[in-house]
Design a protein around this ligand. Structure first.
Ligand code: CA
Length: 376
C-alpha cells in the first residue's frame, strides 16, 4: 500500500469512530465511504484561509450562508482549504470587507456588491437594481447572460475574483410607522434604505439614511427613523421590527432578488490547482442556490407567523407611489451610467437582459402565478 493510502484509510477510520459510525460497515472503496470527510492528505499543503463577512456571526440566512460556504469549501477540498469565518467586526468592520480581501488580509469575503458603490458606481448592479431582475433572472443574467464576465472584469481591477454566493429572493418594501397612501406621505419620511434604492427614495421626497441592521429596532423605536427596509419576514421577525412599526409594505421594488457575493483575493485564487478552483466555484454555486431555497421556505413560514400571531398587516404600496419610484429609478440609473463608463456598460447589459426577461416572464412565470389558484 502506498503511504498516502495508509494515511487515507487511518483518517477514514478515525472520522468514522468520532461520528459514532461503524467504520467497517462499508467497504472502504464504496462511493459513500469515499464521500466521508477526509483529513488533508499528507502530500498536499493545507491552506488556512480567512473569510471576513459583512454579517454578524451566525446571523440567520446571510451569516449562516457564509458559514455554510466555508464549511463546504473545507469539506469538498478534503481539508486542503481550511476556511475560518469572521463575523462583521471580528477581524474587520462590515464595510471594510472589500479592502481587506483586495489587499489579502483575508482570502475570502462574503458580502453584497451594493455596499461598494464608493469603489465603483457599477458595483451595485451585481447585487440589486431597483425595478431590476428577480432572483431567477439575476442568476440567468450572471451565469448565462454575460453578467459574471462583466463582474469579473470590474473586480479584477481591485485584485478580486467575485462569485455569486446567495440570494434572499424578493424583499419587502419595508416597515412604516405611518400609512402610505400617496407620494405626499413620503415627504420628509426618514427611512433606512441603502444603495440605489436610497437614492431613489431621496428623489421622491423621503430622507434616506443607512445604518447596520443591528441598529434598526432601536432607531425605529426611538423615532430616529420613521421607516426601514431590511430583508423580509424571516429576518425582520428575528429583529422584532413588527413590534415598533405597524405596517409592512410590499413589493420590495428596491431589491427584487439581490445577489450576495463571495469575493476571493485574486492571487490566492489563481495560485490554486484546478481541482481546488473547481471546489471554490462549485461551493459558491451550491450556496447561491441553497440560500435562496432557505429564504423562500423560511420567509413563507415567518410571513404566516407575522400575520397570525402578531396581527401584522401586509399592504401593497399604492400605484402612484410605485410609478413615482419607477420614474425616479430611471433618472438615477441614467445619471449613474452618465458619470461612470463601466457602469454604463453594465447598465446596458442589465437593461437589454431585463427587456427580454420581462417579455418572457409575461407568458411564463407571471401568468402561471396569477392563475394557479387555491387547492381545496
Ligand atoms: Ca434590503
Amino acid at each position: 500500500m502506498k503511504r498516502r493510502d495508509v494515511l487515507k484509510g487511518a483518517g477514514l477510520a478515525a472520522a468514522g469512530s468520532s461520528l459514532g459510525l461503524a467504520a467497517c460497515s462499508q467497504p472502504a472503496d464504496s462511493p459513500s465511504a469515499q464521500a466521508r470527510i477526509e483529513p488533508a492528505r499528507a502530500d498536499q499543503p493545507v491552506l488556512n484561509w480567512k473569510m471576513v463577512t459583512a454579517w454578524p456571526s451566525g446571523f440567520p440566512g446571510l451569516g449562516s450562508g457564509a458559514t455554510e460556504l466555508a464549511a463546504l469549501i473545507t469539506r469538498a477540498s478534503g481539508g486542503r482549504i481550511n476556511v475560518r469565518v469572521y463575523g462583521a467586526g471580528e477581524l474587520v468592520p462590515a464595510f471594510e470587507v472589500f479592502d481587506a480581501v483586495s489587499r489579502g488580509t483575508a482570502e475570502l469575503g462574503h458580502c453584497a456588491a451594493y455596499y461598494w458603490s464608493g469603489k465603483s458606481a457599477a458595483a451595485p448592479f451585481f447585487c440589486a437594481v431597483p425595478f431590476g431582475l428577480s432572483a431567477m433572472e439575476m442568476n440567468a443574467w450572471l451565469y448565462y447572460g454575460g453578467g459574471l464576465e462583466l463582474w469579473r472584469e470590474l473586480y479584477a481591477g481591485f485584485n478580486l475574483v467575485p462569485f455569486p454566493a446567495g440570494n434572499t429572493g424578493a424583499q419587502m418594501a419595508g416597515w412604516f410607522k405611518r400609512e402610505i397612501n400617496s407620494v405626499a406621505d413620503l415627504a420628509g419620511l426618514k427611512m433606512r434604505i441603502p444603495g440605489l434604492g436610497g437614492e431613489v427614495m431621496g428623489r421622491v421626497g423621503a430622507t434616506p439614511v443607512n445604518m447596520p441592521g443591528g441598529e434598526l429596532f432601536s432607531a425605529l423605536q426611538s423615532g430616529a427613523i420613521d421607516a426601514t427596509e431590511w430583508v423580509g419576514p424571516y429576518n425582520d421577525l428575528a429583529f422584532g421590527l413588527h413590534r415598533v412599526a405597524k405596517y409592512c409594505y410590499y413589493p420590495g421594488w428596491q431589491e427584487p432578488g439581490p445577489t450576495l457575493e463571495c469575493m476571493l483575493h485574486k492571487p490566492a485564487f489563481e495560485a490554486l490547482p484546478d481541482d481546488l478552483k473547481a471546489v471554490v466555484e462549485a461551493s459558491c454555486r451550491a450556496v447561491n442556490d441553497s440560500m435562496l431555497a432557505e429564504y423562500t421556505s423560511r420567509n413563507r413560514a415567518a410571513f404566516e407567523t407575522l400575520q397570525r400571531e402578531h396581527g401584522v398587516e401586509f399592504r401593497p404600496l399604492p400605484n402612484d407611489v410605485l410609478q413615482a419610484l419607477r420614474a425616479a429609478t430611471e433618472e438615477v440609473l441614467a445619471e449613474t451610467a452618465a458619470r461612470d463608463p463601466f457602469a454604463a456598460k453594465v447598465y446596458a447589459s442589465v437593461r437589454g437582459f431585463r427587456a427580454n426577461a420581462r417579455r418572457w416572464s409575461e407568458v411564463s412565470e407571471q401568468p402561471y402565478l396569477q392563475t394557479r389558484g387555491e387547492w381545496a
